[in-house]
Design a protein around this ligand. Structure first.
Ligand SMILES: C[S@@+](CC[C@H](N)C(=O)[O-])C[C@H]1O[C@@H](n2cnc3c(N)ncnc32)[C@H](O)[C@@H]1O
Length: 259
């Protein structure tokens, strides 16, 4: 099935994703950074072939570069050439060899039983034909290979959703809801995998500036560009009457599923 136009536009270049990542990087208050936590869940041997689908700008590998076993053979893929170019640039000095390929997860160009693990970090909710993608991931995994699939739950950043809905009531909450979520993932994975296990990440944000919040919201394209300064004033007023800080909950985690 074709990549939806909205997804292709959203991820043509790295700027939208970068705005969202920066909010987490600057204002996250978790004990352990997200990407480090994700890698902790891998539980893979020192020699392993790993495929990442929807790798974005390669953050997972950039942030964990210092602890990658030399025997890990890693292939990063994404449907967006722009994302892959940025990932390649980000990982140029990582000191580990990586392969990069422009690939749609719904149709993987790899032989069956090739990989020990497939990572799908916050991307399955973008895929129009999820059964096709899960079937492909299953096919390329070796027997007992693992899928690590990260996603959000329905309470993720709920305070931000509420603020946006107050600013623009026509942005109904269902537009934020994801098809592949912590609530739905188990049922969606069960036909393809065994031993599906959910693991939750504990984290949150304490945001003290309006502009990074505006950049985050504008990156989602939910609010028209000409309302940017109005949105800035709205967030600034919220900060002013909340003692200069707004707290957001992160409801996020992953599924580890075995072939
Ligand atoms: C929210 S970003 C996550 C990026 C990265 N995994 C991370 O966690 O930073 C989603 C990524 O999935 C990619 N993507 C969306 N649909 C895809 C598909 N059908 N096949 C491969 N990649 C896809 C997008 O281009 C984008 O880079």
């Amino acid at each position: 099935m074709k990549i939806p136009e909205g997804v292709a536009r959203q991820y043509r270049a790295a700027s939208n994703l970068r705005a969202r990542m920066q909010l987490h990087e600057r204002f996250g208050v978790s004990a352990q950074p997200w990407m480090a936590w994700v890698m902790d869940q891998f539980a893979l041997p020192a020699q392993a072939r790993i495929l990442e689908v929807g790798c974005g700008v390669g953050k997972l590998w950039q942030e964990n570069a210092h602890r990658l076993p030399p025997g890990w053979d890693v292939t990063l893929t994404d449907q967006s050439a722009g994302m892959l170019a940025q990932a390649q640039a980000n990982l140029a000095g990582a000191g580990h060899p990586f392969q990069f390929e422009q690939v749609d997860v719904q149709s993987l160009p790899y032989a069956g039983e090739t990989f020990d693990a497939v990572v799908a970090n916050h991307m399955l909710y973008h895929v129009p034909d999820l059964p096709a993608a899960l079937g492909e991931i299953r096919r390329v995994l070796k027997p007992r290979g693992a899928l690590i699939a990260a996603t959000n739950g329905e309470r993720h950043m709920v305070e931000l959703h509420e603020l946006v809905e107050r600013f623009a009531p026509e942005v109904a909450s269902h537009r934020w809801r994801e098809a592949f979520s912590l609530e739905t993932g188990l049922a969606l994975l069960a036909p393809f995998f065994v031993d599906v296990e959910q693991r939750r990440y504990t984290g949150g944000l304490r945001v003290t500036e309006a502009e990074p919040l505006v950049a985050y919201i504008m990156s989602t394209e939910l609010i028209p560009a000409d309302q940017r300064s109005q949105l800035t004033r709205f967030f600034q007023a919220e900060l002013d009457c909340s003692g200069g800080v707004i707290a957001f909950q992160q409801d996020t985690g992953l599924f580890r599923a075995v072939k």
